[in-house]
Design a protein around this ligand. Sequence first.
Ligand SMILES: Cc1ncc(COP(=O)(O)O)c(C=O)c1O
Length: 398
Amino acid sequence: MDGDARKETSWRPQTRLVRGGLQRSAFCETSEAIYATSGFVYDAAEDAEDAFANRVDRYIYSRYDNPTVGMFEERLRSIEGAEACRATASGMAAVFASLACMVETGDHVVGARALFGSCLYILTDILPRLGVETTIVDSPDLDAWKAALDRPTRAVFLESPSNPGLDIFDIRAISAMAHDAGAMVIVDNVFATPLLQRPLELGADIVVYSATKHIDGQGRCLGGAVLGSEAYCMDTLKTFMRHTGPSMSPFNAWVLLKGLETLQLRLRQHCASALDIATALSQRGDLVRVLYPGLESHPQHALARSQMSDFGSVVVIDVDGGKERAFRFMNALDLVDISNNLGDAKSLATHPATTTHQRLSPEERESLGITDGLVRLSIGLEDPRDLLEDIADALDGA
Ligand SMILES: Cc1ncc(COP(=O)(O)O)c(C=O)c1O
């Protein structure tokens, strides 16, 4: 380990977010360089042969590796405390690649029903078409997970807090049961980010991100990442990605490197504003439910406290009056935008039943608590007083 690498291992998270993985070129640039190149050249045909035979470690083609993407992977790896990281073109590319690289026909996979719609689609539609049997668990209740994991299982997939119901899954307990069944545990840590929840320390094997959310956090580009052991990321997953191509672009890696630099500062504000707004909204008498893991009224507040250091940017409200009142409320918002994204500097409101989770049957939505009156609020970085006034006015008007 050279001097810089030794220093880096002692850096605190905020320093790693700004400087982790930085590789300066011969031009000594301050900011990370964008290596906007699809390929790399060789002095001689023998050098290309050596590269493809893995006899030398060098860049070959940006579908495999790229220096700017490599800096992003190393910075995120260092924050997560994982052995390795592979960046992907989007969060869904990360989710699909993390599973597809390791399953085969006849395998059993267990997943939560409380997942982002596209993640659930992979489990219920795509994997079964490939001959993988999936068992979907309807609740965070540990007895239900125990029953699902009563036979050999290849992988477990869950999201905590879940989108949009903010269910909290006991990562420690589920990981222990999953390991007994021989499974690798994949946690989609999008709502928590690597700063608020550390799934690998809680027992999970693999963490996936949509970097589109808080890691960019400024609505500019898509990205994703998969983190885990060296053997999984650099052998199983890297080989799969090399031949299927869900790689991140160098430009997006650069944007996301800039996003990581401010992640901690932004998250502090996201969490403080979300708690203020959730607290104020829970004091109104006209809402059926206000959900935020940081509120004592959240049914799994104690579990959230035990595995998260803060509670994130998403607050969910259930308005009395179903879809009609939910739409009137959203249309009356002046500052908060209607959008299906989250974790952005701009506050965003989503109606999951008609957008992100519209593919589910009414019964499935009901089992997840996704009522027609449910609105997901991603609390951004505006002054929380302006946000609260906007939300309160829109609720009063609706
Ligand atoms: C929890 C969760 N996982 C995965 C994704 C997919 O990420 P992306 O849109 O970057 O593909 C999203 C959002 O879209 C999400 O909310």
